[in-house]
Design a protein around this ligand. Sequence first.
Ligand SMILES: CC(C)C[C@H](N)C(=O)N1CCC[C@H]1C(=O)O
Length: 691
Amino acid sequence: CTDKEDPKNGKMVVCGYPLSIFFIVVNEFCERFSYYGMRAVLVLYFKYFLRWDDDLATSIYHTFVALCYLTPILGAIVADSWLGKFKTIIYLSIVYAVGQVAMAVSAIHDITDSDRDGTPDSMTFHIVLSMVGLFLIALGTGGIKPCVAAFGGDQFGEHQDRQRRTFFSVFYLCINGGSLLSTIITPVLRAQECGIYSKQKCYSLAFGVPAALMVVALVVFIIGSGMYYKAEPQGNIMLDVCKCIGFAIKNRYRHRSKQYPKRQHWMDWAEEKYDVRFNLFSFLKCLNILLIMLLQWTLQATTMDGNFGALVIQPDQMQTVNPILILTLVPIMDSLIYPLIKKCGLNFTPLKRMTVGMLLAAIAFVCAALVQIQIDKTLPTFPSTSQSQLKLLNMGSNSVTVKLPGNDALILPAAQVYPFINNCNTKFTNLLPEVILFKSAACTITFVGFTDYFLVYFRFVNGMKTAVNVSTAAADFGLIEPFYYSNYSQIKNGKATFTLRSGSQSCEYSTNFGFGSSYTFFIHSTLVFGSNDSVTAVEDIKPNSVHMALQIPQYFFITAGEVMFSVTGLEFSYSQAPSNMKAVLQAGWLFTVAIGNFIVLIVAELAKIPKQWAEYVLFASLLVAVCVIFSIMAYFYTYIDPTEIEAQFKKKINEDDEDDKSKPGKAEVEMVKRDSIKCHDEYDKATQTKM
Ligand SMILES: CC(C)C[C@H](N)C(=O)N1CCC[C@H]1C(=O)O
């Protein structure tokens, strides 16, 4: 491994790799740290700093994420047609860093906290600044994303195919290394207390560190400036693409009658005007729905037990399994699995890898469905829209017999709660005085359980003749009148100690809360202060009993699928794109993530599948269907070498120029030829392999 200069461009080469890519991968690492770090605390910032409700917080969060996958196309067009990738990355990184700084500033509560009570006085200031910040970040992160990947690919010469493949793998490792570190670090920073006048949760630090990392990303990228190969932008290619597609469609429509012979490819209908053959977009039709499901599985984790002995895992922390597995699987695939497959004499082409990747993702969904079936067995029966849930509580000290309309008589022991699902219109009369009745859901609302998975819900019922106050070290839950009950309150899972106070007397009651559980605590009329027996804990919802470790196989398969599909796709879309469309094709690749996101939402909404496991099976089937379509398309796909074809194409144009210099009007046609996508029929001649 030696350091030398590339004789073709005079750029420094280390161990066969251009030195410039070091700056590009470091830039990507810092940028992804910045993006995922900020994202990790964003919903919490909306909920606890801006005081938005859950719905608004999640809607704005998803809009922001969707925007981040839509803006790449803007950045790519600017880069490929106008500014070039280098300048686009610099300008948009500045926009991005400004956005991150705006977020960090918006999270300083002291700025508007004139009464110094720890809460901002002008929420509008914080909201406006953070929304402007998020918009700039979406523009920046989306805009530079396709450019950085394509710019990295540009640094390699035609003879460096192997190195370029390794670069894309390392690039993906950096993405996931950065995201893993930041999703661990920023929540810790948020949990710190900071402030000038009053100490509050430190969102400004949690956003400030990602902002600093974005500045570092920019500085590192600028330092590498002298070492990059910078391809010149080649005009507004997207306009040509659109014109060309438009002409093909119009021409096809004009010649729709049977007397006109069919053409091999629909883009061939543009050949009268544009000398092109546009076969590049075919592979983009695949759907990248793999990654989006990670979020869905976080919801599944909320119904599971995250107790790993010394380590207690929260549901959203399970998402870190994905980048951890990426960091392990990418090197294993590159240095072991792919070479082994090659040794076995199999030609595992990129499109084959991507097909296998989709199948692995389908297997992951089958695993998720199996886990869900296990979870469903442990879930309580929730009432439907035409039912309500009632709970009967025997407040007396003897058991009572209760007869509910349409049901057999039941014996309700003392201090016991009996859950009962009932039709809406049932009337209850003549209940024994010892029985009180809780309505836990109105008829029109389907009770779907509690959603805030970090917290356990509880309430107290006071069976004493005097009012009782309930509190913990952290919170006071107020006074409960005699024979009355408190609303549900939230508490973190694990051990909790309550203090019960009545008049001058008080006692402590300790209990352990499991993941996802909900409890009603009944304070007996005979409360003996200092005795735990005076309180009966009734489980409204049992703690989760299916262990989160069961999710590991599905994470394994989806991540193996991601490595085969996305890492290969990243390199593939680069290698197959003409030089003036490299960034645009990268953006198209990222756009499939946004499309996947959208499809998941639409399918979930339209299919209205009541069972979660069935939804997973639907996604598995969809993936298999897409996989079949994809493999048919891939079978007919002809691998091209854009550099070679462009060289051939230029040569042909020059030859034609020589021949036809004198012919009037020819120059104009040639201009169109040159500017349009260079996927001429001759591309087919340059075909190397089929799938
Ligand atoms: C969701 C993980 C933290 C990151 C994921 N494995 C990943 O690498 N990506 C998700 C969308 C594309 C890609 C990225 O560039 O962040």
